[in-house]
Structures are given as C-alpha cells and as structure tokens.
Design a protein around this ligand. Structure first.
Ligand code: FAD
Length: 290
C-alpha cells in the first residue's frame, strides 16, 4: 500500500522504525526483531539506510524491508540516502526495491561525510535531486525529512522551510519530522509550513529516550533542544537505568497522546530495533488507538 492512501484518512496511525544490523553487532536475529515489532501492528515500519548506501555490509535496507512487508505483512517504508551514491547505484537500489514490491521510499541526502568528499561527481547535492530521480523512475510513493527546529546546516528555520519547498516540487508526498521533545515546537512549525504553502501530510517523529547516554549524541546530531521538564528527568534518574527507561517511555507516551489530542494524526516512533520499548508505548496507547 502506498503511504499516501494511509495518510489521507483521519484515523490515527503509529509507525515504528528499524535499522539493518551492522555486521558483528549484537543484533544477530533481525528476523525475530522484525517479527516482534510487526506483532504490535504498527501502521507501517520504516527501515533506515546508512549514509554510505543501502548495504551495511550484511543485511541491507532492502532485505529488512522485504522481511517487514513480504514475510510479516506490514507495509514497509525503505529509506534511501544519496550522499555517497552515484546515479547508477541509486537506480540499481530502485530496481531492487521495485522487484520486492516495496512502494514507499523516504528519500534522504544523509549526513555529510567527515572527509568532506561530497557530493559524488556523478551524484546528488540534495534530497530533492534524489526525489526527482525517483519520480522519473516511477512507481514509488516518495517521502522526505523535515526539521521542526531547523536543519543544523541551515542558518535559520525560515531558510530551511524555503529549501523544503524544493522537495515538494520534486515529488515529495509526505514528510517525517526529526525528533523533538517539546510539542509546541511542532505545532508552531506546522503553522509555518502551512503559511509557506506546504500542505502535504507531516508525520511527527517521536524518540523515546531510554538511556542517559543517548542524550548527548541526539543533541549533536539532530540539533533538537531538551525542555527543562525533560532535563529534570535525566538529571534526577541518570544513575538508575531502569528508572530512565520507564520515565523515557512515559514521556514519549505523553507526547504522543498530546499530539493525537491536538489533531496530529500520524506519529512515527524511533523504536531503534527495540520491540520491548515499542510494545510498552503501544500498550499505553491501546484504548486511544482503538
Ligand atoms: P536535504 O533536504 O538535502 O537538506 C540538507 C540541508 O541542505 C538542509 O539544511 C536544507 O535546508 C539544505 N537544502 C536542501 N535543499 C537545498 C537546495 N536546493 N539549496 C540549498 N540548500 C538546500 N540519515 C541516514 O543516513 N539514514 C537514514 O535512514 C536517515 N533517516 C532519517 C529519517 C528522518 C525522518 C530524518 C528527519 C532524518 C534522517 N536521516 C537519516 C538524517 C538525514 O540524512 C540528515 O539530517 C541529513 O543531514 C539531511 O538529510 P535531508 O534529506 O534532509 O537533506
């Protein structure tokens, strides 16, 4: 199913995210993680793609998307990055996804490589160029990323929103937000998008922070701000991992309930291959999502 069909309805949707396991990491049983996540009946499951391309040296984004959709019967959204790819490599990835029947792609540039080798001479400067390529290829529903607090490379939020219009013009049909921890940031961002004429569906990205060490990394990568209310939780419970986990699940649940109550119908949880965390949040929402 194309995600635009799902997003057209006013029925609330909650989706989950997976990443392909890196070779040599502890996550050896990717099929079991997919199965456990699928058992929670998310509206769809997205599979990330490393900035280096769809293959992680082992299980690829396409392999995981196949597992999600063709083995477990949940619509898959495959991420596709272009920062290190040639046009031929991107077209080969599109062929692979098409053969598997994957219909939805989140088209991304990917974070810039530290060695400054960007873009590839036969590659793409921005996600919007990748979107044009996918649209020309045909047959996919195309999504993109957006940043309620502005992309870290943009001088201002307004500049970032102006650049977002290139994505919409290139065929982007829906947006998933970067994580945010203060819902007011999203409400104010949605207002600015609509005012700028961007009216495609926006899916709110929620990150359950379940260990204190995640925080620094999240802040440096996403540029998201931590509200004082959230910082107090981490300060108070940082020495007690079980308490941080419980508080992180409760905080994410509360954010989601507030979003749904205020008419933001589509929420994506950055579940990071952790079915038990996704399961706790889904259990907290069981009646709300009926
Ligand atoms: P772009 O849209 O190209 O934007 C990058 C910067 O360039 C922004 O500052 C933008 O304002 C500016 N810009 C865009 N177009 C133009 C233009 N035409 N002219 C001038 N400036 C322009 N990374 C991964 O490696 N793998 C993943 O699976 C992944 N999934 C993600 C999912 C979501 C929902 C989000 C929010 C991010 C994800 N990322 C992922 C991170 C993402 O790759 C980085 O944030 C990256 O730095 C920017 O990607 P983009 O697609 O938004 O790029």
């Amino acid at each position: 199913m194309k995600l635009t069909e799902l997003l057209q309805s006013n029925r609330p949707t909650v989706s989950c995210e997976l990443f392909p396991p890196k070779p040599g990491t502890a996550l050896l049983d990717a099929p079991s993680v997919v199965r456990r996540m699928a058992a929670l009946h998310p509206a769809y499951m997205s599979v990330t793609c490393s900035a280096g391309g769809s293959g992680n040296g082992g299980v690829t984004t396409a392999d995981m998307a196949n597992e999600v959709q063709n083995i477990n019967g949940i619509t898959a959204l495959a991420h596709l990055t272009c920062v290190a790819a040639t046009r031929d490599e991107v077209r080969a990835s599109l062929e692979d996804l098409k053969k598997l029947g994957i219909e939805n792609i989140l088209a991304l540039r990917g974070d810039l490589p530290r060695d400054g080798a960007f873009p590839h001479p036969d590659g793409y400067h921005h996600a919007s160029e990748l979107m044009e390529e996918i649209r020309t290829f045909g047959g996919f529903c195309i999504g993109g990323a957006c940043y309620p607090e502005g992309h870290p490379e943009s001088a201002t939020l307004y500049e970032d929103i102006e650049n977002l219009k290139y994505k919409v013009d290139a065929g982007c049909e829906f947006l998933t937000t970067q994580m945010f921890f203060d819902n007011n940031e999203l409400y104010s961002y949605l207002y600015k998008l609509r005012r700028s004429g961007i009216d495609i569906p926006v899916i709110a990205g929620i990150m359950p922070v379940t260990n204190a060490s995640q925080i620094k990394r999240i802040m440096s990568l996403s540029g998201s701000q931590l509200p004082a209310r959230f910082r107090a939780i981490i300060d108070r419970f940082a020495g007690n991992p079980a308490a941080v986990k419980q508080a992180g699940i409760a905080y994410a649940t509360e954010q989601i309930i507030d979003l749904l109550a205020n008419g933001v119908d589509h929420v994506h949880i950055y579940t990071m291959n952790k079915p038990e965390i996704a399961g706790s949040i889904m259990a907290n929402l069981s009646e709300i999502l009926q």
